[in-house]
Design a protein around this ligand. Structure first.
Ligand SMILES: *[C@@H]1O[C@H](CO)[C@@H](O)[C@H](O)[C@H]1NC(C)=O
Ligand SMILES: *[C@@H]1O[C@H](CO)[C@@H](O)[C@H](O)[C@H]1NC(C)=O
Ligand SMILES: *[C@@H]1O[C@H](CO)[C@@H](O)[C@H](O)[C@H]1NC(C)=O
Ligand SMILES: *[C@@H]1O[C@H](CO)[C@@H](O)[C@H](O)[C@H]1NC(C)=O
Ligand SMILES: *[C@@H]1O[C@H](CO)[C@@H](O)[C@H](O)[C@H]1NC(C)=O
Ligand SMILES: *[C@@H]1O[C@H](CO)[C@@H](O)[C@H](O)[C@H]1NC(C)=O
Ligand SMILES: *[C@@H]1O[C@H](CO)[C@@H](O)[C@H](O)[C@H]1NC(C)=O
Ligand SMILES: *[C@@H]1O[C@H](CO)[C@@H](O)[C@H](O)[C@H]1NC(C)=O
Ligand SMILES: *[C@@H]1O[C@H](CO)[C@@H](O)[C@H](O)[C@H]1NC(C)=O
Ligand SMILES: *[C@@H]1O[C@H](CO)[C@@H](O)[C@H](O)[C@H]1NC(C)=O
Ligand SMILES: *[C@@H]1O[C@H](CO)[C@@H](O)[C@H](O)[C@H]1NC(C)=O
Length: 675
């Protein structure tokens, strides 16, 4: 049957039956039925976010534990407030801006630069996992060390140990690696990667031959003099040398113990005044974060590309086998997201707007914590990680070769912007005058262009059609859906005999669920668009009679819009749909609050003598660390920073999210230290 005859047949058939087209879904009590209790979209989105500052800032409570590799000859920085070499373990930053941001601006400021001499394996905890005062950012580490998120009992006064706990964590993780023979001097896993504003590395042993000290400088800078008092420094003689001499290899640095006085960052110190470089010190720390944003708001951007994910072994508490947290989360979300027992959204309810309901759904991952993970689940994760790390160390790891983060990136690139763009076209229908076939035709043609683009490699136009051809679950639907849903993972089907590690099997499930959810809506809407087009606009003759289908078409287009809206909310790529409204100037960055470069709530003790205090916005917004640590109570106590534990609600510092969801261009002026 030729295309024209087919269309004419369809048009006639339609004129006699439903004037709209061949979809009958609007006649039934149709619901899209996304399962918002499923962890698949969360696992998918977190794999996409790995090693990217932007997604991990929007969704700070990491669930992933991921083996990675740092290439040979990567520079790493260690700032100190004394002239010593670091004991072990200690911290290294991938960007000097982060290192100097935390430790610089001091009367005895030192910078040690190291370089890796070989590829080094490290274990990465995703999320904003170096956030000291949060409500869940360190849960994966705590579970790994203690089997619970609260850790060892505090002293008799139950004091919040803040930075001291950091050394306990570092020692705990490094000892675990050593005890389980997962790494040691010059081999295996030698450090832990985490993120706050930038990526950092806990280096387990500075005696390791895997890194070399490149320079060790006293970077203490002359204090600011009252204006007019500057001395003439005199001319420097230019010299040309070949290679700079390396400092001697330090002999056997000590093991770190819980230090009596852990180093404290600038705004906590009383000796801050007069330091000349406070502004650039904070700004360069900001840059250490922003330059590793990764994909964000439609921009492609690089993540922390000095680290490579070892793709066989991506582990996550979002995997289905970890039921304790999943069960607690489903209970909690059922209540505040209005879900059925099966995870289906019951609508926004009450007098709330659909827009707000969808917004909460889209952002739901931001509130996830691991506070309800059972000790048994934590033990399973620990055993899994020992198996995975050991297999990577002893070379027995076998896996498919799939680059999972790259594939997740490809999927987000493919659908992240086109889906909302299609939704926008569909929503414009409310402005289409149904009395004018030309206008309806041009609107539908645009929707058809978009769905065609997205279905191009999956759909084969049928040569023979009946009234059922374009229906949901027709042969055409099923074949198109299958090609679309399994486009990335078809070859990992067991029948192809490709080795898939247990961790990869979980990722395969998450990808198939996420892409399957996308394809379910796309194929449904795409075939429905096609059927409406075929029925009404495929010939000159029926193009002139389009408008008769008004009510049925309105319902059907409404159904498309709801499907796309609920799909976007289910996927939850909220980070990818937030961006600066204007293009930032060359000396600005599109800034999101990255701990500790965040707006401090007065109640929490912001606005002390730290940088950026006490003058007009936005200068007073980002004081860096809270300025007076005596105001910090123990976690979870009134006024304490670790609010929201258990309830799953954002903690105090997460409450003001304006600058996160509506990021702004900022220059270094916003981080001024002038008082
Ligand atoms: C649609 O389904 C809901 C819930 O299952 C039910 O309450 C409602 O009466 C149904 N509407 C129609 C028109 O069948
Ligand atoms: C580093 O330089 C500063 C300023 O010159 C000086 O006060 C300090 O003693 C030096 N530190 C060491 C360990 O030499
Ligand atoms: C958490 O684990 C630590 C160390 O195993 C233990 O001492 C502590 O009592 C546990 N806390 C809770 C609340 O179970
Ligand atoms: C949704 O997912 C949750 C978690 O996997 C599961 O318990 C529930 O049965 C699912 N709902 C439906 C309708 O399949
Ligand atoms: C759930 O229902 C309440 C009350 O009707 C409403 O305020 C809220 O926005 C709803 N949440 C979602 C995610 O639909
Ligand atoms: C929504 O409902 C609540 C309680 O029924 C009422 O207090 C509130 O004013 C309503 N809001 C709007 C915008 O109608
Ligand atoms: C390597 O480690 C794995 C644990 O995952 C173990 O099963 C295997 O026997 C080890 N192979 C060698 C050669 O040590
Ligand atoms: C409909 O048109 C009005 C006026 O041009 C516009 O403000 C509105 O955003 C349009 N609605 C949609 C859904 O495009
Ligand atoms: C339909 O809309 C088009 C474009 O706006 C216009 O040129 C045309 O005159 C309209 N036709 C009728 C019958 O109103
Ligand atoms: C299409 O797939 C659905 C779900 O797997 C199935 O119920 C239906 O029978 C299939 N349709 C055809 C025509 O095979
Ligand atoms: C911190 O604040 C308290 C009262 O709010 C004050 O007594 C104390 O001196 C402050 N400490 C520092 C180091 O500024």
């Amino acid at each position: 049957m030729g295309v024209l005859r087919l269309a004419a047949a369809l048009g006639i058939a339609l004129a006699q039956q439903i004037p709209l087209g061949v979809h009958d879904t609007q006649a039934k009590n149709f619901s899209w039925n996304f399962n918002y209790s499923s962890s698949a979209p969360h696992l998918f989105a977190s794999v996409h976010g790995l090693l990217k500052q932007w997604p991990n800032t929007f969704f700070p409570n990491g669930h992933g534990i991921v083996p990675c590799e740092i290439p040979a000859f990567t520079s790493l920085y260690h700032g100190r407030m004394d002239g010593d070499v670091p004991p072990s373990p200690e911290w290294l930053a991938f960007d000097i801006g982060m290192s100097y941001g935390i430790m610089g601006g001091h009367r005895n400021s030192h910078m040690l630069t190291y370089q890796t001499k070989r590829a080094v394996k490290v274990l990465y905890f995703d999320g904003e996992s170096a956030t000291l005062f949060g409500n869940g950012q360190m849960d994966t580490q705590m579970l790994h060390i203690y089997g619970n998120v609260t850790g060892a009992p505090r002293d008799s006064e139950n004091r919040f140990r803040g930075l001291w706990d950091e050394y306990a964590r570092a020692i705990g993780l490094c000892s675990w690696i050593e005890e389980k023979r997962l790494g040691g001097l010059g081999w295996g896993f030698e450090g832990i990667v985490r993120m706050n504003a930038g990526f950092e590395l806990i280096w387990c042993d500075f005696n390791s031959p895997s890194i070399r000290l490149m320079s060790h400088l006293n970077v203490t800078s002359p204090l600011l003099l009252p204006e007019g008092d500057e001395e003439d420094a005199g001319g420097l003689e230019a010299t040309r040398t070949s290679y700079f001499p390396l400092p001697p290899e330090p002999t056997k640095p000590d093991k770190a113990t819980d230090p009596a006085n852990p180093p404290i960052p600038p705004s906590w110190r009383l000796d801050w005044n007069g330091e000349p470089f406070g502004k650039s010190q904070l700004w360069n720390w900001v840059i250490a974060g922003t330059k590793h944003y990764g994909s964000n708001g439609g921009e492609v951007g690089q993540g922390e590309n000095r680290l490579t994910v070892l793709g066989c072994g991506i582990m996550s508490y979002y995997a289905n086998k970890f039921t304790s947290q999943a069960y607690a989360r489903a209970q909690e979300e059922r209540k505040y997201l209005n879900l059925t027992e099966g995870g289906i959204w019951e609508g926004q309810g009450g007098n709330a707007t659909r827009h707000d309901g969808l917004k909460f759904l889209t952002r739901r991952r931001r509130l996830h914590t691991l506070s309800e993970v059972s000790a048994a689940d934590a033990a399973v994760m620990r055993a899994d990680s020992e198996r995975v790390l050991l297999s990577l160390v002893n070379g027995s790891a076998t896996c498919s070769g799939m680059n999972w983060p790259t594939m997740a990136g490809e999927i987000v690139q493919t659908y992240g912007q086109p889906l909302p763009a299609l939704l926008q076209v569909v929503q414009q229908f409310s402005n289409v005058s149904l009395g004018n076939a030309t206008i309806v035709r041009s609107w539908l043609a645009q929707a058809r262009e978009d769905t065609h683009t997205l279905l191009l490699s999956f759909i084969q136009y049928p040569t023979d059609t009946t009234a059922d051809t374009y229906q949901k679950h027709s042969v055409l639907f099923n074949e198109t859906y299958s090609r679309c849903a399994y486009q990335y993972t078809r070859l990992l089907d067991p029948s192809e005999e490709i080795t898939v590690s247990p961790e990869e099997a979980t990722l395969k499930w998450a990808v198939e669920e996420a892409v399957g959810g996308i394809c379910n809506v796309l194929v449904d809407v795409g075939l429905s668009v096609e059927s409406v087009w075929q029925a009404n606009f495929n010939t000159e003759q029926n193009a002139r009679s389009g408008p008769k289908m008004s009510t049925a078409l309105r319902h059907e287009v409404q159904r498309w819009a709801e499907g796309l809206e609920e799909l976007l909310a289910w996927l939850g790529w909220a980070d990818q749909w937030s961006q600066c409204e204007e293009k930032c100037a060359w000396d600005e960055v599109c800034f999101i609050p990255m701990w500790p470069l965040i707006k401090m709530n007065r109640r929490m003790g912001g606005g002390g003598s730290g940088p950026g205090r006490g003058h007009g916005p936005p200068g007073d917004l980002y004081p860096g660390y809270p300025s007076n640590r005596t105001r910090y109570g123990p976690p979870g106590r009134g006024g304490g920073p670790r609010l929201g534990r258990g309830g799953g609600r954002p903690g105090d510092w997460m409450n003001d999210e304006t600058d996160l969801w509506q990021p702004r261009c900022m220059s270094s002026e916003a981080f001024s230290t002038a008082d």
